[in-house]
Ligand binder design. Sequence first.
Ligand SMILES: Cc1cc2nc3c(=O)[nH]c(=O)nc-3n(C[C@H](O)[C@H](O)[C@H](O)COP(=O)(O)O)c2cc1C
Length: 480
Amino acid sequence: MTMHDLRSWLQAIESLGSLKRVQDADPNIEIGIITELNCRRKGPALLFDNIRGFPQGRRILTGTILDAPRLGLALGYPGMRSSQELVSRLEGKMTEYELASSNYPPREVESGPVLENQLFGEDINLLQFPAPKWHEHDGGNYIGTGCVVMTRDPDSGRVNLGCYRVMAQDEKNVTIQISSAHHGAINLKKYHSRNEAAPVAVSLGHHPIYLVIGGLGIPYRVSEYEYLGAMFGEPVPVIQGKVTGLPIPAHSELAFEGFCSPNQTRSEGPFGEFTGYYGSGEEQEPLLEVKAVYFRSDPINLGAPPGRPPHDYSYMYSLIRSVMVKESLVRDGVPDVRGVWFHEVSGVNFFAVVSIKQRFPGHARQAACLTAQCQAAAGHLGRYVVVVDDDIDPSNLGDVIWAMGTRTNPEKDIDLLRNTYSSTLDPVYPKGARKFFGSRAIIDACRPYDWIEEFPAVAESSEEERQKVLNKWKDLFERH
Ligand SMILES: Cc1cc2nc3c(=O)[nH]c(=O)nc-3n(C[C@H](O)[C@H](O)[C@H](O)COP(=O)(O)O)c2cc1C
């Protein structure tokens, strides 16, 4: 398998029977609705070609990482059969990659597949590439959803990759929506405060690992390119953008670069968001004037439209955020964390569960507060964190609701954190209301530590007795 190359990855998932080709779909909401229905069924990845109104070969791919085998393959762990298996393979890896990342600066190469076709200046027409209207009430056509946006910190020179949506405005301009806490926004702001245009490059199609790494909260000090290099055990090959000098993945399917000038904005949105609602409405967002376009022949744009969960990237978000936050708790020295799970059905960020073996008074509150506020979680919308004992599987909602129902006393087991991170995407604030701060609820659904020994025993058979009965009554319990 060629690292970083989307086409090799597609061959691999096709051999698993997890790729379907779709012909003649309409980019005006039809591709979006097909994608939505497919995600809900956890179906195969869909490769759209002969898209209505576009020549053959201008392709769009959606539903890439909807399950453990495909996400595992994207992360370099083939053969994963379940989320549990993938979670245990990833145990400790995020920290390992972060620590190793400085050994893997991207490797600049003279040429790469992305340079097969090049357009500059007057020849640029972005409208020649399909940009779906994904949801019925979107305010425009989005050329970038599973894209990564490269920006540079003008002080340190560090390059950041972030997934931010990109709306096609006209032949030569797009807008990019970046929440204020995200590193791309910080970099743009730094240029603009010096009254300089910010160089920006966007890769629209690539191996899905870029979507995973660009979409997660890698700490600001670490470049996502280096992190990716550490994941793959060798540096990422990049070409230098001919206009901005920014590094662009050499295996990108389709990329462009240009400048965001200070005070240059256009109307953007609304857009169906990961919360399950149309987000912030129509707002002014930074305008990127595109100066160069690079693409492979028959380019594949990686689509990742969010929406009411489960959506295109909610499975990936749930699994990776759960792994990252657990690692963060372990790194901080919280003892006996058995598991962390951010629930896909809640839109991932809104409902997290952490399971611990209680060791001391206050252990449960410590685990809950850190789950809500460690860096891997705090800079995202959030709502509820439930902490449960180690007999509760945090990924099993039935287990979790039972613990919440039976082990909490609401008047003393629910705490609120006020003035936490929020964003304009939070649906609970009326339009126009100040949305700088949000809040979090912590629900301590552990048995009370001070009288844990006297807490009623669980009325279910012990493992030992259950096994005896299962062995004796095999025929009765055998699945037919
Ligand atoms: C597919 C996808 C689309 C996303 N779209 C946006 C977006 O439009 N704007 C935004 O600010 N964050 C968006 N995010 C979330 C950010 O990519 C994510 O929070 C990331 O950690 C930001 O990286 P940064 O902190 O390096 O800027 C998206 C994430 C994914 C996976």
